[in-house]
Design a protein around this ligand. Structure first.
Ligand code: DGJ
Length: 471
């Protein structure tokens, strides 16, 4: 926690009660500053000279604090991947390197075993399935007992009469991870887009693959050796169609396009229509957003991920409106956009561009969806500094408003596992909009204009009783 001291009050000669109180406050602040400095010195020491064992012990301790689990400090010389050991022979592993090292002795902290999985079949058995707790980073099983495959996904809420159903769409990555060539990113062949349904956001039924990859035709966008990422679905009230947009690419990420598919039902099958470079620009990580007035927008990383573009979709949501596009966050190199709205203000969470490796999230806000957008800072709260700076070892994909709970959202993120992408995890956390932003903004003469966006770390958490389809 940061403490800002704005004024230092002089202590006069006469020892009034208020002077005594102020001296006490001063002492407490001094003590606090001392402990902060001490802590800082301690962490720098760990970083620079301390060696692998001390450093890993500290990292483990930090992760223990987050996870509150009974983890053991790993033995001083754990097995290392030969590649990682060669890369960094002399110094300690950074937390991110530790996270990425498939042979790390503390890997179970990031990717806990199946035995701890969130399991709806175990509900009421006192296991981790009981009481519908979310456990960010743990394996999450569907109602058939299989790990949920909906990576880079988003959730659509469909209300029919009095019944509401959530549909979770995402990349099915349930195949082997490999590198297409030596310098290529880790990948899994396109299998398709999965869909899961739920009425409580916790128990998910597999509705199958609603848009399948193409096995044989290499000229097809969805040919298995290409890339399909970050599918998102919105409903068009005029055409009564469910429209899916996704990132379409080739194995080397040079096609940089979006793809569009459509269906009459939320559970598909979706018909794949076409791909294009929106507004004639390269487009990689992307999302779509449907506003309260029914207008929909696409937001995509462009100009080799240097900036984001935002543009309106046509009324049928099947294309972009030509020439309606704004460049935003120019030169900031952001990706993984997740956009949401609260009390007339637009908010967005983005990540930096570091492949599958986690990095620091940023929250942005705008009065008009077309901008200008301002950056508010890192929204991650709680846990430790290390995990806050790595978005709790995950990357944004979607922000889901909770119906009936204004100002409350679920931040949906992926904890990518580049060694086994099919074993990537989900980090779902409460996101709250409220309070003043903690950073003066560029265009506001130093006054914070926006409410703060906070994503709160929880080792486990649950939705309030009775809030979302719960008895
Ligand atoms: C980061 C993106 O956000 C992911 O969707 C994926 O494209 C990876 N890069 C690939 O390295």
């Amino acid at each position: 926690m940061r403490v800002r001291i704005k004024h230092r009050k002089p202590i006069g000669r006469c020892c009034s009660l208020s002077a005594a109180v102020w001296s006490l406050v001063g002492c407490v602040l001094l003590l606090h500053c001392y402990s902060l400095l001490h802590h800082q010195r301690h962490s720098n020491k760990g970083k620079m000279g301390g060696g692998d064992v001390e450093f890993r012990a500290r990292l483990t301790h930090e992760l223990e604090e987050i996870e509150e689990g009974g983890f053991q400090v790993p033995p001083p010389k754990g097995r290392r991947s030969p590649r990682a050991a060669k890369r960094r022979p002399r110094r300690s592993f950074t937390p991110i390197e530790e996270f990425l090292d498939e042979y790390s002795p503390i890997r179970h902290l990031f990717f806990p075993d199946r035995i701890t999985a969130i399991d709806p079949l175990m509900e009421g058995n006192n296991g981790s399935g009981s009481s519908r707790y979310f456990y960010p980073g743990r394996m999450w099983l569907d109602t058939d007992g299989n790990p949920i495959q909906a990576h880079g996904g988003g959730v659509l809420y469909v209300k029919k009469r009095s019944e509401g159903t959530y549909y979770w769409y995402g990349e099915n990555k349930d195949g082997p991870t490999y590198h297409a060539h030596r310098r290529g990113a880790a990948r899994v062949d396109i299998i398709g887009v999965s869909c899961y349904s739920s009425n409580d956001l916790w128990t998910w039924k597999n509705e199958g693959i609603v848009l399948a990859g193409e096995e044989t035709d290499p000229s097809h966008d969805l040919y298995k050796l290409n890339v399909l990422e970050r599918p998102k679905v919105i409903y068009n009230d005029k055409t009564h169609k469910y429209v899916m947009w996704m990132h379409i690419d080739d194995v080397n990420y040079t096609k940089a396009s979006v793809g569009v598919a459509v269906s009459g039902h939320p559970t598909g099958p979706f018909e794949y229509l076409y791909s294009k470079q929106p507004h004639g620009f390269d487009s990689r990580d992307m999302t779509i957003f449907k506003d309260d007035d029914g207008l929909a927008y696409i937001i995509y990383s462009s100009d080799d991920n240097c900036e984001l573009h935002i543009g309106r979709l046509t009324d049928d949501y099947l294309d972009v409106v030509p020439n309606v596009m704004r460049r935003i966050l120019v030169g900031k190199r952001r990706e993984a956009p997740a956009l949401f709205k609260h009390q007339g203000t637009y908010y967005m969470i983005t990540s930096g561009c570091t492949g599958w490796a986690p990095n620091e999230a940023l929250a942005h806000a705008a009065e008009s969806i077309m901008g200008p957008w301002e950056t508010m800072g890192n929204p991650c709260v709680g846990g430790t500094k290390v995990s806050q700076d790595a978005t709790f070892f995950s990357q944004s994909t979607y922000v889901l408003p909770l119906p009936g709970l204004p100002g409350m959202f679920i931040f949906m993120a992926d904890r990518w596992n580049p060694a086994e992408l099919n074993n990537s995890r989900y980090v779902w956390l409460p996101l709250v909009v409220g309070g003043a932003a903690d950073r003066p903004l560029e265009y506001s003469f130093g006054f914070p204009l926006w409410s703060r966006v906070s994503i709160y770390w929880h080792r486990r958490w649950r939705l309030p009783n009775g809030s979302i389809g719960q008895k």
